[in-house]
Write a protein that binds this ligand. Structure first.
Ligand code: AMP
Length: 403
């Protein structure tokens, strides 16, 4: 199968994890995903490669020794089942990079120096940046004739106002160890805040928006006039909202308490707060569908977890309305934000005096397309707006290569 030639060109978007590679071939103009796929369990005895074109999914269960081999298999599948990458006219490969630190405030063309800088920022994102860099290196080796662009998850928050970016700690320690709030999910927050304004026919420059990106990871942002004023993730993606497996905001003294009194090591506390907490820690389940099921069965711990989860969102909505001096638009996005009407309703319940009122009927159900879910008299328009990080990365890559 071959795709129709794309005169404007396409972008191959690559998101490399420590043992996975997610990819999508994107038409940056029309916005369509022409093909997508996932390589999983890299380095294990048997890996899986799933390649999706339209309704057809090709699956390979084979050992995938490393990222290089994973990507070679993917390129082989493009050859074998299509779409043909030459006909697709790939004008850039866009790589998601989690941590741009104090260095990167926008997408950049990758060269040896950029690779060195991404590597140098690894202490700030030890799980992510090394994997992102590995993906970049193997992709550059396998596709040497196409420009590669790094798109940073932190870039949208690079210019946060000092009041939001700084922690109140010793400033020399902060400077020496680059401790500040970098945020994350920036590509999604930027995309959704811009696109939701366009959807509502509003001028971004005149709009104050709260974006609630609620997926397995979750974050909130305050975006005023197109600029990020605050965001809930901090030095790392641990801060802020309650997540699938992460605590979100917590008194840092919990760490000292557990180390001193429970004999936990740094790594054990790290594992506890990042992987064994949040919804998973409180209910045993990190997926909200399962949490709702438990609530329906009368599980008290699950009911409390849902309350903690939505209470935290509500606190951020109030805080960000204050930070921006009012809020015109609240946008729910990502897996939970787009699909979970109960979470949306509970998070914004009782905010009528702040001018925020959900319409139960409009809010009901999952939303695959942008949908207004507030009442007509709500001063703040509440919208469910599906995010599309791959398209955002593709568009930013096109900007960089100037196509
Ligand atoms: P994401 O990280 O954006 O892919 O979101 C994944 C999360 O979305 C899952 O862990 C679920 O908690 C949530 N989710 C996905 N589908 C639904 C649904 N139909 N109802 C409620 N939550 C959902």
């Amino acid at each position: 199968m071959t795709a129709a030639p794309h005169t404007q060109g396409t972008v191959l978007v690559v998101n490399s994890g420590s043992s996975s590679i997610k990819y999508q071939l994107v038409d940056p103009v029309g916005g369509d995903a022409i093909a997508s796929g996932l390589v999983e369990r890299i380095g294990e005895e048997i890996g899986t490669v799933k390649h999706v074109v339209g309704d057809a999914t090709t699956v390979r269960e084979v050992p995938v020794a490393d990222h290089g081999e994973g990507l070679r298999i993917v390129l082989g599948l493009f050859d074998e089942v299509g779409p043909d990458l030459t006909a697709a006219h790939v004008i850039a490969v866009g790589h998601r990079v989690v941590q741009g630190g104090p260095v990167f405030d926008g997408p950049v063309l990758v060269d040896a120096e950029v690779e060195r800088q991404i590597d140098e920022l690894s202490p700030l994102a030890p799980l992510h940046n090394p994997a992102n860099l590995t993906g970049i290196r193997v992709a550059r080796a396998l596709l040497p004739d196409v420009p590669h662009v790094a798109v940073f998850d932190t870039a949208f928050f690079h210019h946060l106002p000092a009041a939001a970016a700084n922690y109140a700690i010793d400033r020399e320690v902060a400077a020496q160890h680059r401790v500040r709030r970098y945020g994350a999910h920036g590509t999604s927050h930027q995309f959704v805040s811009q696109e939701v304004a366009a959807f509502l026919g509003r001028d971004v420059a005149e709009t104050s928006t709260i974006v609630l990106h609620l997926g397995n990871g979750a974050s909130a942002s305050a975006v005023k006039g197109g600029h990020a004023m605050d965001t809930s993730m901090g030095l790392t993606p641990l801060e802020g909202l309650v997540m699938g497996t992460r605590t979100g905001d917590i008194d840092p003294a919990v760490t000292f308490h557990l180390m001193r009194n429970a004999g936990m090591s740094v790594d054990e506390v790290d594992d506890l707060l990042n992987r064994r907490s949040g919804l998973k820690g409180m209910t045993g389940q990190n997926d909200l569908r399962e949490v709702h099921r438990l609530v329906e069965e009368g599980d008290e711990a699950a009911r409390i977890a849902l309350d903690v989860y939505t209470h935290r969102i509500k606190k951020y909505v109030g805080a960000y309305a204050a930070v921006m001096g009012g809020v015109d638009v609240i946008a729910f996005t990502a897996g939970v934000g787009e699909n979970d009407d109960i979470v949306r309703a509970l998070s914004l319940a009782g905010l009528e005096r702040l001018g925020i009122e959900i319409d139960a009927e409009r809010n009901a159900g999952r939303k695959k397309v942008p949908t207004i879910v507030s009442t007509d008299r709500s001063a703040t328009t509440v919208v469910v707006f599906p995010t599309n990080e791959e398209l955002a990365i593709a568009r930013q890559s096109v900007e960089v290569v100037g196509a």
